[in-house]
Design a protein around this ligand. Structure first.
Ligand code: MG
Length: 262
């Protein structure tokens, strides 16, 4: 009899748990637009909706690139920094780069370049493979603001990859800062910046500061006197997912009956 009661209790429990499993569905009341379909043909190629800034063939997407050379499908720094002709705000940036080999110089003098988002905010490019320097100036640093979370550097001559997610700063009409810039970055697939909040620009000679600028600005690649190579550069402009609230959130049971969520 006791065993029977135990089975009865267990059965009741299973039924109760079972009821909880098939809970009513929560619906937000927002009609989301379908996310765009993006085809990614190959890990080394740009996604279908990307703006390609360099694919190994020509420098037509860049200003001031007359003195940069294309060698073995890579663009090589030299003769001044280059800026993309197209301007970008919030974006995803993919860029591959390789430090000169054999390496020459040391510290900040070895394989120095930089990727400037919005022509203003530098994520450092440097040969940081067995090359000590100040930590907030090594490869993957937001220059003079934070070191990277890890040193994922490949040796000189090998290709490094930055995958960067950029949130542009916003400014008020009175030129004050409305919201700061943020950067998330992976270096060779390793997270090195995790939604880092920038304190402003990234100069050598003074603390960072924000100065109001346009909503979209060029990407700059720095020429720091070292023949750093770049290839496979593409950008995806980012927009928030779009949707419209058409009703308050609600619940729907498995027979399709709806009721407000309270
Ligand atoms: Mg630099």
């Amino acid at each position: 009899m006791k065993l029977f009661l135990n089975y009865l209790a267990l059965g009741t429990l299973i039924i109760l748990v079972g009821r909880n499993v098939v809970a009513d569905e929560y619906l937000s009341g927002i009609e989301w637009e379908e996310p765009s379909i993006v085809t990614v043909p190959d890990p080394c190629k740009a996604p279908s909706d990307a703006v390609v800034l360099f694919d190994g063939k020509d420098l037509s997407a860049w200003d001031n690139a007359e003195n940069w050379q294309i060698i073995d499908c890579a663009m090589v720094a030299g003769g001044g920094s280059v800026k993309s002709k197209q301007a970008f705000g919030d974006c995803q940036l993919h860029i591959e780069w390789s430090a000169p080999t054999p390496p020459t110089g040391d510290g900040q003098g070895r394989g120095n370049s930089g990727v400037y988002l919005m022509d203003t905010y530098e994520i450092q490019v440097l040969d940081s493979y067995d090359n000590p320097t100040y930590f907030d100036g090594q490869a993957g640093a937001i220059y003079k603001q934070t070191p990277p979370l890890a040193n994922a550097m490949r040796p000189p001559g090998q290709w490094n990859v930055y995958d960067i997610v950029w949130t542009a700063p916003r400014f008020n009409d009175d030129e004050s800062l409305a919201s700061p810039a943020y950067m998330t970055a992976l270096h060779n697939g390793v997270l090195i910046l995790n939604h880092f909040e920038l304190q402003g620009d990234t100069p050598f000679h003074r603390p960072p500061a924000y100065t109001k600028h346009a909503d979209k600005m060029p990407i700059q690649l720095q020429d720091h006197g070292n023949p750093v190579r770049f290839r496979n550069i593409w950008v995806r402009e980012l927009k928030p997912a779009a949707g419209t609230r058409v009703r308050d959130p609600f619940l729907r049971d498995d027979e399709g009956n709806e009721r407000p969520f309270e």
